[in-house]
Write a protein that binds this ligand. Structure first.
Ligand code: MG
Ligand code: ZN
Length: 213
């Protein structure tokens, strides 16, 4: 019974996600969904990405957060349109929440819409939002066991950002093993080794994103 309820929820979400996708495609807007654990550095990656791309593309952001506007407040400082979804307890965004947020953005005027999902390695990946690309952010300090423990997010993503590589000297983590495990789950997936704090590696990621339009 519980499984059936979950399947119904997911199939309802798929319909709404398809409607969102049709809206995006109508105005030729590319949409990415950034997922990862709390503290992986999604917002910092996003801030640095905005600074690298805002002169090349018209950007917009939807911030998913359980309760606060802390991340949206940070994005707003970069002078691009941002709208907030508070899930009020839910640990992931779904297509209905995104559909509700869309009227607050002028989609026709944007080239790239970035959705930051709620911090969580598990269920955000099960709920399509209508996005074109899912992007996983994993910080190296989370441990090199994480790709094999949470394979779905790496299987469904189109690229992985391995963040906080500047902290590698301070943690017992094999970057090589992390990458091999990600590639064993999703062969050929682009992996960007970055430090959002220092800016290292972010240009390659931003350039790749531009090519995906
Ligand atoms: Mg965040
Ligand atoms: Zn959830």
């Amino acid at each position: 019974m519980e499984i059936k309820v979950k399947l119904d929820v997911l199939s309802g979400n798929e319909e709404l996600a398809a409607a969102n996708r049709a809206k995006f495609d109508d105005v030729k807007l590319k949409v990415i969904n950034i997922m990862g654990s709390p503290g992986a550095g999604k917002t910092t990656v996003l801030e640095k990405t905005i600074d690298l791309l805002k002169d090349r593309l018209k950007l917009g952001v939807i911030e998913g957060d359980i309760y606060t506007t802390k991340d949206a407040d940070r994005i707003e400082q970069h002078g691009i349109p941002v709208t907030q979804i508070n899930t009020g307890g839910a640990c992931h965004l779904d297509a209905a929440m995104v559909a509700k947020a869309l009227p607050e953005l002028n989609l026709e005027e944007l080239d790239l819409l970035i959705i930051e999902n709620v911090g969580n390695l598990v269920c955000p990946v099960e709920f399509n939002l209508g996005e074109h690309l899912k992007i996983a952010v994993l910080s190296v300090i989370e441990g090199d066991d994480k790709p094999l423990k949470y394979p779905l997010i790496f299987r469904q993503s189109s690229a992985v950002i391995l963040n906080k590589v500047d902290l590698l000297p301070f943690c017992e983590v094999s970057l090589e093993n992390m990458k091999l495990d990600i590639l064993s789950i999703n062969p050929g997936i682009p992996i960007f080794e970055v430090s959002a704090r220092t800016g290292e590696g972010l240009k390659d990621w931003a350039d790749w994103l531009v090519t995906q339009r």
